[in-house]
Design a protein around this ligand. Structure first.
Ligand SMILES: [Mg+2]
Length: 494
């Protein structure tokens, strides 16, 4: 049998499972097996578990054909993406249980033929589904209540749970209202507030069939509640995905909304869980941090619907509000030297060079622009020959990466210093998202590159031939204070 050129990748752990044999066990879930047939990877689950494929629970013993870009989530910390080495990213398949049925629901945007889906949707208060951004879908009812008071809710785990009892839905019909009094509570609040749903649904990314099935699901839920909601659905990891505050800003484009008078309810609240009582810990802090980012009062579903006491929660690992503002003050010698910057992507190396070293006359050497290590080395030699100071703005994570440069400094008898950016994984990931959200031109660095950097990182030491190792604390220095305020929003989910 030919080997399929496909593999599974866990970005967070930088773990890759290559499919080298006809049958492979996935180590993190002994129930899972991968095989191959007709140039496709096939996933089979032996016994029931919480593992999902693109957000849908797997049915034991069933064969699932995997496509490029599919997500296999084993638990909160273990997600594998499917890659085919030759293949281009395709749209995701139908929900797994529908894969063989070829479910057909006409697009609600195309109104030519009235499929059952369209009829159901049309009953929902005669509103319209709109694509507000490439990755944000919204349902805007015709008559929005005239008030700036907003009662807003997450969907999964907040208003509904699965009917099947599985942790993740098996299809778009697999839901029931979370608590018996949900309808009554919402009816009550709708007297004075406009009702809004904010939901993250990355599984819908590039998957039109699933988007249509999800619209039907939402329509059915709202019909069951008998209430009018504005609905915002984020389908990607951009600035509209909670906890980032983007969906609230879109709401304000559509209708009046006052943060002070409004509130938000969600189950991703960072609650620690309780093993004795068999309560799982929350999968993230996305809802709590979304409310905090916007400035909304926040409740968990239990607090809001059941009047439960305020819950405790684990704070996020990285708090952007604690990052110091200021300017760098570094002593620089009058004689030539070499500085090796050391730091992950998005750790602020280039900004530091631009603010401190380039104005001081340092020749700037960077692999992104020069392309190869050899070209960098040539540029460094040229600068030192001309008796100029030089800075190498590469990630320089290991002794191996730094060696040639250190040697070069020795040959020219100039001191060599390493400036190590004091930025951890979460801060780098936050900075990376901040750039992605604020700079149109900035090429997004995949998180895996950041994780790989930290995995390979070896603290520089004097025994490598480096004369001084200096820690550089990351400092925020924004001329535009709105940008500074935005940096202090939470972008990571836990
Ligand atoms: Mg939820």
């Amino acid at each position: 049998m030919n080997k399929i050129r496909g593999y599974l990748l866990n970005a967070a752990k930088n773990k890759k499972i290559e499919i080298t044999e006809s049958l492979v066990n996935i180590p993190d879930d002994k129930n899972l097996k991968l095989s191959q047939a007709n140039n496709k990877l096939i996933l089979i689950l032996k016994d029931s578990s919480d593992t999902t494929l693109n957000g849908y629970a797997l049915i034991p013993k069933k064969e699932y054909k995997l496509s490029d870009g599919d997500l296999i989530k084993i638990d909160e910390n273990i997600t594998y993406s499917v890659f085919y080495e030759q293949g281009k990213r395709k749209s995701l398949d139908n929900p797994p249980d529908q894969a063989n049925k070829k479910m057909k629901i006409a697009s609600i945007f195309k109104t030519a033929k009235a499929s059952p889906a369209i009829k159901t949707a049309a009953k929902q208060g005669d509103g319209v589904w709109k694509k507000l951004r490439p990755n944000v879908i919204a349902y805007i009812p015709e008559n929005i209540k005239e008030t700036s008071k907003v009662a807003s809710f997450d969907l999964d785990g907040t208003l509904i749970k699965t009917k099947s009892g599985k942790r993740f839905p098996v299809d778009e019909n697999d839901w029931v209202l979370l608590f018996p009094n949900i309808t009554e509570k919402l009816k009550e609040i709708s007297e004075d507030f406009k009702l809004v749903l904010f939901t993250n649904q990355r599984g819908l990314h590039n998957a039109d069939d699933k988007v249509n099935a999800f619209k039907v699901k939402v329509t059915n839920i709202l019909e069951k509640l008998g209430l009018t909601f504005l609905v915002f659905i984020s389908t990607d990891s951009d600035k509209y995905r909670k906890p980032s505050p983007g969906m609230w800003d879109l709401l304000k484009n559509v209708t009046e909304a006052d943060v002070e008078e409004s509130f938000y309810v969600g189950d991703a609240a960072g609650r620690p869980g309780n093993k004795k009582l068999k309560i799982n810990k929350d999968h993230s802090l996305a809802d709590r941090l979304f409310a905090q980012n916007v400035g909304l009062k926040f409740y968990t579903p239990e607090e809001y619907f059941l009047d439960a006491p305020k819950s405790t929660y684990d704070p996020p690992k990285f708090d952007p509000s604690k990052v110091e503002t200021g300017v760098y003050t570094i002593d620089l010698p009058k004689t030539p030297e070499m500085i090796l910057m050391v730091g992950s992507p998005a750790s602020g190396k280039s900004t530091f060079c631009k603010k401190v070293l380039i104005p001081a006359g340092y020749v700037y050497v960077n692999r992104d622009t020069l392309k190869t290590a050899q070209a960098c080395l040539n540029a460094v030699k040229k600068a030192l020959q001309e008796k100029k100071s030089v800075v190498v703005d590469n990630t320089n994570p290991s002794e191996e990466a730094r060696k040639q440069f250190v040697l070069c400094a020795k040959n020219f008898k100039v001191p060599c210093r390493a400036f190590v950016m004091d930025v951890n994984t979460d801060m780098a990931r936050h900075n990376n998202k901040f750039r992605q959200f604020t700079e149109n031109t900035h090429q997004q660095v995949n998180d895996i590159i950041i994780y790989t950097y930290f995995k390979n990182f070896v603290q520089p030491e004097k025994k490598e031939g480096i004369d001084e190792i200096k820690k550089i604390e990351f400092k925020l220095d924004f001329e535009n204070s709105d940008v500074g305020k935005y940096y202090r929003k939470f972008f990571l989910e836990k």
